[in-house]
Ligand binder design. Structure first.
Ligand code: DHB
Length: 315
């Protein structure tokens, strides 16, 4: 029984690792991930300079999921480059430069360091006050990617490039986004970032549960799994239709091996764990591996390719 998978050229021991966001900001947390059963280490989204992030309270969860408006607290990209010295697993830095110029600078420095396995370009942070989500503006997104890939294409060593996308809620988006992505050497996309600008209300106190942006924040956890699954499925089918070799990574509401099984059935090559990793810590990784293996063994599946993408439509 094997949980091996590939993202682009990168072979991974298992299809389960952390989402960028919770518990991947400090060196201590990154080292914990390196020692854990996560198959890859992915950093918190990094900016040029360290950031404190938004005012607190800025994170809350209940049994159905989470809301956050962290506002990109991070230690600055150089810290995440230097952290590579302490990490032995495949290690990706999430990049969110806030401006195109800063993003280009960060990516240039990462490539020049020659120490990092790749990047996840975050096109979908919903929590920066006064800024929209880049991947909802197709013209701007294509301009960003064009300029970023002028830099990336100057380097010839293996370097994994992924895009963290927001959820899309209408079917016309999938071919449109695909037609942009396919112009560049993108190895994978991650679907989905949190659903932006949701609102959880505490009826007892008659108030919001977080403070920034009037209480609005990115929603994660069980609330969003059906949207994550549909985004994975729609991109997987569109990539197949256009014969594109781009992996889809599932993210959103994964709490059990069964959730992972569903994402892979929809076409995911791997999955990232966000809210549940925040709740449970690194213990979630061996538990999820075992739960996925138990389901596969009951069904007689020996590897992910036995069921990946093979979702059936009910008769
Ligand atoms: C933050 C939230 C996101 O959803 C994201 O993609 C990047 C950063 C944050 O608020 O820190």
């Amino acid at each position: 029984m094997s949980l091996h998978t590939n993202i682009g050229f990168q072979l991974l021991d298992t299809c389960i690792y952390n989402a960028s966001g919770p518990r991947c900001t400090s060196l201590k947390e990154l080292i914990q991930l390196d020692k854990s059963h996560s198959s890859l280490v992915l950093s918190k989204s990094s900016t040029v300079l360290p950031r404190e992030g938004n005012v607190k309270p800025r994170y809350y969860h209940n049994e159905l999921g989470s809301i956050n408006s962290m506002g990109l607290p991070n230690q600055g990209f150089q810290y995440y480059i230097d952290s590579a010295n302490a990490i032995s697993k495949p290690y990706l830095i999430s990049v969110n430069g806030l401006t195109l110029e800063d993003t280009k600078l960060i990516i240039t420095k990462i490539l020049q360091s020659n120490k990092i396995n790749g990047i996840e370009i975050n096109l979908s942070c919903p929590n920066i006050i006064g800024k929209g989500q880049l991947a909802y503006d197709l013209v701007e997104m294509e301009r960003y990617l064009s300029e970023i890939f002028i830099i990336i294409n100057q380097y010839s060593f293996p370097f994994l490039v992924g895009l963290k996308l927001p959820p899309y809620f209408d079917l016309h988006w999938y071919p449109q986004i695909t037609n942009i992505i396919k112009k560049f050497n993108v190895h994978y996309i991650t679907c989905i970032n949190s659903i932006g600008n949701g609102l959880l209300v505490d009826s007892e106190t008659e108030s919001t549960v977080i403070k920034p942006k009037g209480g609005m924040g990115g929603i994660g956890g069980q609330y969003i799994k059906p949207i994550g699954l549909s985004n994975v499925r729609n991109f997987y089918l569109e990539f197949q239709k256009q014969n594109l070799k781009i992996d889809v990574i599932g993210c959103g509401g994964i709490e059990s091996g069964e959730d992972i099984f569903e994402y892979i059935l929809c076409g995911a090559s791997a999955v990232q764990i966000g809210t549940q990793f925040y709740r449970e810590g690194i213990k979630c990784f061996p538990r999820l591996q075992q739960e996925l293996k138990d389901i596969m063994s009951k069904k007689g599946y020996r590897c992910l390719d036995d069921f990946k993408g093979k979702l059936q439509i009910i008769n």
